[in-house]
Design a binder for this molecule. Structure first.
Ligand code: PLP
Length: 496
């Protein structure tokens, strides 16, 4: 494919994507294929000679599209939204076209410098505490925060970076906390071996926290306590404190707490103020995972959620869930970037450059060395929508969740589980779990709508997430009609 072919095919591809997204509602939400469907449709070996664009695109329609789950479909209500918007798609295209790898300032200055600027924008949009935000001298009088690799003595050493996923952000936070705690334990007792400390480290989270916290614990080789929640599905200080004290009695070393702002199961909120005070007292790293619901902080009416953030050491939210940015784009802010850099830094000769003293090298912030130019899509999308446009999008999803919840409430065969705060409604058929299990199966088998289950305290329910970018009230009514029709059939069967 030469430059001219690229111009032609690129325009075709833009048309293909625009047609796909315009007409998406004509498709079934979920594919009808079975596992292993694709292999028999494609040749056993790679082609010896290059094939034409037309032939490749024919196979996209023939083999790939039948196996796509349509996350942007108006009837897709599973998981959380997969962020998407035209500015973000175009920025991804530019990023691919530039074809850069931004692991150090020298490897790509614009990639390295745009990232903290966009994180700073978003952090300010969310009114995150100033300790997470690098200074922008053009706009205010706060003390300047250096973002250089080496400036680890500054009191104001917070900042943010873009990572590939919430899982990665939480792992990085845990590794930084682990390094910090091991260092302080070695200072207390220089003869102690790292292995001895490691075997005693414990982190705490709620049993509703995302499984990536447990996975981070597996990778970091530390114990993870998944604690009980209260009647609002919230992890409370008392529960945390009791577990910490019991662990200390056993000679274990608490070091990390992960609270959740919007759990995956039911979008509940932990009590950050209570947890944070305990973390401060016990000298534990306090991370908050707001992978989905963190985006709501850009709206003033959700600012109450930030209560307790004065104790938070690190925070993540994924604009690729609820801020119209394509996967991948996970924002990770930390109060003390040096804790991260100290935990993650290696510095081989071939990566060193003459500006290392003055510049930041984002490779010190994550697991991978190579980094994509992710901030372009954040920058394009924030600029295209403006803060108001993004606030409107969040507010619409929250409003539509309330519309859907009121439809559920009007039908007394159903009940809502938990509070409807964001764009998620959890509901079930009253009575035994098996009714809702059957309903879930029927809904997903029908291909008319896609939803997923959750279970808290032995209560099985369906999660209905508002996902489509342009979701509207009509979509809520259609979804509810589909649900009612299937519920009619199930209840009729069970009453026979
Ligand atoms: N945390 C929460 C609250 C989530 O809902 C999810 C995924 O839905 C994750 C973490 C994991 O996100 P990621 O896929 O970016 O690792």
């Amino acid at each position: 494919m030469d430059h001219e072919d690229f111009r032609r095919c690129g325009k075709d591809m833009v048309d293909f994507i625009a047609d796909y997204l315009t007409n998406i509602s004509e498709r079934r939400v979920t594919p009808e294929v079975e596992p292993g469907y694709l292999r028999p449709m494609l040749p056993r070996n790679a082609p010896e000679k290059g094939e034409s664009w037309e032939d490749i695109m024919k196979d996209v329609e023939r083999a790939i599209m039948p196996g796509i789950t349509h996350w942007q479909h108006p009837r897709f209500h599973a998981y959380f939204p997969a962020g998407n918007s035209y500015p973000s798609i175009l920025a991804e295209m530019l990023s691919s076209g530039l074809g850069i790898v931004g692991f150090s300032w020298a490897a790509s200055p614009a990639c390295t410098e745009l990232e903290p600027i966009t994180l700073d924008w978003l952090g300010r949009m969310m009114s995150l505490p100033a300790c997470f935000l690098p200074f922008n001298p053009a706009h205010d009088n706060e003390p300047e925060i250096s973002i250089a690799n080496t400036d680890c003595d500054s009191q104001h050493s917070g900042g943010g970076a873009l990572l590939g996923s919430a899982s990665e952000s939480i792992l990085v936070a845990m590794l930084a906390a682990r390094t910090n705690k091991m260092k302080s334990k070695r200072l207390e007792k220089p003869s102690i071996e790292d292995g001895q400390i490691l075997s005693k480290l414990v982190c705490y989270t709620s049993k509703l926290a995302h499984s990536c916290v447990e996975k981070a614990g597996l990778i970091a080789m530390v114990k993870v306590r998944q604690l009980a929640v209260d009647e609002h599905y919230s992890l409370r200080g008392k529960t945390l404190d009791e577990c910490i004290q019991a662990d200390k009695q056993k000679g274990l070393i608490p070091f990390f707490v992960c609270g959740t702002l919007g759990t995956t199961s039911c979008c509940s909120l932990d009590n950050f103020e209570e947890l944070g005070q305990i973390c401060r007292r016990e000298n534990l790293w306090f991370h908050v995972d707001g992978a989905y619901a963190g985006a709501a902080l850009i709206c003033n009416e959700f600012q109450y959620l930030i209560k307790g953030f004065e104790y938070v050491d690190s925070f993540n939210t994924n604009p690729n869930k609820w801020l119209l940015i394509n996967f991948d784009c996970s924002c990770f802010w930390v109060r003390d970037k040096c804790a991260v850099i100290n935990a993650m830094s290696v510095d081989p000769l071939y990566l060193q450059h003459k500006h290392a003293e003055k510049a930041t090298d984002l490779r010190h912030w994550g697991i991978a060395l190579s980094r994509r130019f992710r901030s372009l899509k954040l920058w394009f999308t924030i600029r295209s929508y403006g803060v108001e446009g993004l606030q409107h999008y969040i507010r619409e999803h929250c409003r539509l969740a309330k519309v859907f919840a009121s439809l559920i409430n009007e039908d007394d065969r159903f009940e809502i589980i938990g509070d409807v705060v964001f764009g998620l409604v959890c509901f079930r058929l009253k009575g035994k779990n098996k009714l809702t299990q059957k309903l879930l199966l029927c809904l997903n088998d029908s291909g008319q709508i896609h939803v997923i289950p959750s279970m808290v305290n032995e209560i099985f329910f369906i999660r209905f997430a508002i996902c489509a970018k342009d979701a509207c009230e009509y979509d809520m009514h259609i979804a509810f009609q589909i649900i009612q029709t299937h519920a009619d059939g199930i209840l009729f069967e069970y009453q026979k």
